[in-house]
Design a protein around this ligand. Structure first.
Ligand code: ATP
Ligand code: MG
Length: 420
């Protein structure tokens, strides 16, 4: 029986690779300008890392995390996100001491969610974490970096939404006032919110159900209930975004699905995507470093969903220009010539030139078609005459011009052509 890819999991095919790599190298380039250094963290971690950081009572940990017990009876999880792992690595290797406190990563994450457009069970994120600082200016810099990246991709129809959930005490106090406000409305909440009421009250603010939204109409607003210190943090953030000319919308109901956020939370949504329209999300998490055993220090970061970036590019009609590869296809007409092209291709590859030859005794026409499909910039054709005179025909696939080139000058000649 044929075995297919699992549900909610995708292959990333060769034809998508150029665009995929472009999105990643653009991120490397722009993130580097802001001082971020790359880190590769493992795909598996002890489950406890995520239950302790993301929170036991969150959807990610409670419903979505892929976990298993290994042969050593260790509880292992496939990472559902990278922030906790980056903080773990930062503490484990004392990166604060080497000055490597701005880190970026990319790679697959795993969540057992209901698959739909823009929601997969294995999906890819590109993200950053800036560790060790409480400054609200850093929040603004992180957000500017996210916006710079999306703009560099060519995206236009996106919106930045910001909010503050305050410090731990603010969150706790506000949770209590919200509980009070909803006390006699509990019975009318949706099933998820009924359980959120006890376990994760702030998440009720984020509920998409129309009825829950209505019940919340006159609910207290978190921004009106922040401590002086948290209000100041948010004010500096807004002012510095203004200075950097970054447009934002304040959404008092914006809370994120992970417990570790404090103060700043933000999302970037794309107007042309459907229900799954958040392409990038992040915020500040001032407790996580201490929660994972480090000395108390602030941190802020974001993660961007690569599949959703691709959907957004498609929705905006951003064409990704596939460049013709500086590759050649070498065709030998007849056995003797074929034997020679076998060595010519080998020599070209030694000089770093991408070279293809045929292995299925295709006709000249079929080989030309294949060269075209492979996006080769040139075809080299060797027949008996060329073989005898130590030449080869060079056909330019873009303009269909053809010329005779001496075999002993071929590499040189091709390198000149590639420069054009
Ligand atoms: P959502 O609102 O979609 O559930 P989230 O709040 O769970 O997102 P985060 O954990 O903050 O998202 O992840 C950051 C980004 O990663 C999201 O904005 C999105 O672009 C992407 N992402 C998250 N979950 C998925 C998924 N299951 N499939 C594809 N992309 C995802
Ligand atoms: Mg989610």
């Amino acid at each position: 029986m044929k075995i297919n890819c699992l549900k909610g999991v995708q292959d990333i095919l060769p034809e998508q690779m150029a665009q995929w790599n472009y999105l990643h190298s653009l991120a490397h380039e722009i993130f580097a300008c802001y001082g971020y250094k790359q880190i590769i963290i493992p795909i598996i971690e002890e489950s406890a890392l995520f239950t302790r950081s993301i929170g036991q009572e969150t959807d990610i940990v409670e419903k979505e995390m892929y976990t298993f017990v290994d042969r050593g009876m260790r509880k292992i999880a496939l990472r559902p996100e990278a922030t906790a792992s980056v903080v773990r690595a930062y503490l484990e290797h004392g990166l604060d001491k080497t000055g490597d406190s701005k880190l970026f990563y990319s790679g697959p994450m795993f969540r057992g969610e209901k698959p739909q457009a823009g929601r997969n069970r294995q999906f890819y994120q590109i993200g950053i974490e800036a560790l060790g600082t409480y400054s609200p200016f850093l929040d603004a810099e992180v957000i500017k970096l996210a916006v710079d990246y999306l703009k560099a991709i060519g995206l236009k129809d996106f919106k930045l939404l910001i909010n503050s959930v305050g410090n731990t005490k603010d969150k706790h106090d506000f949770g209590n006032s919200l509980k009070n406000f909803l006390k006699d409305k509990q019975a009318d909440l949706c099933a998820s919110c009924k359980s959120r009421y006890e376990r994760n009250i702030l998440r009720i603010l984020d509920c998409k159900s129309r009825n829950c939204k209505k019940l919340l109409e006159h609910a207290p607003i978190i921004l009106d209930n922040l401590s002086e210190e948290s209000t100041r943090h948010f004010t500096i953030l807004k002012n510095s975004l203004d200075v950097l000319k970054v447009a934002y919308q304040i959404i008092p109901y914006l809370v994120r699905g992970l417990d570790y956020y404090t103060n700043t939370v933000f999302e970037i949504t794309h107007e042309k995507l459907g229900a799954q329209n958040t392409i990038l999300a992040g915020g500040r998490y001032n407790n996580l470093i201490a929660d994972l055993g480090g000395q108390a220090a602030g941190a802020v970061g974001f993660a961007c969903g690569v599949e959703r970036l691709l959907l957004a590019m498609q929705a905006e009609g951003i064409e990704f220009q596939k460049k013709a590869e500086p590759a050649v296809f070498v065709i030998g007409l007849g056995d003797k010539a074929y034997m020679k092209t076998f060595t010519i291709a080998d020599q070209l590859r030694q000089q770093g030139i991408i070279s293809y030859i045929d292995f299925q005794e295709r006709s000249l026409k079929a080989q030309m078609r294949l060269a075209n499909k492979l996006n080769c910039a040139y075809v080299l054709i060797l027949g008996d005459n060329e073989l005898a005179s130590h030449n080869i025909q060079l056909k330019n696939m873009r303009d269909s011009t053809q010329q005779l080139v001496r075999l002993d000058n071929l590499v040189n000649h091709l390198n000149q052509e590639f420069k054009k």
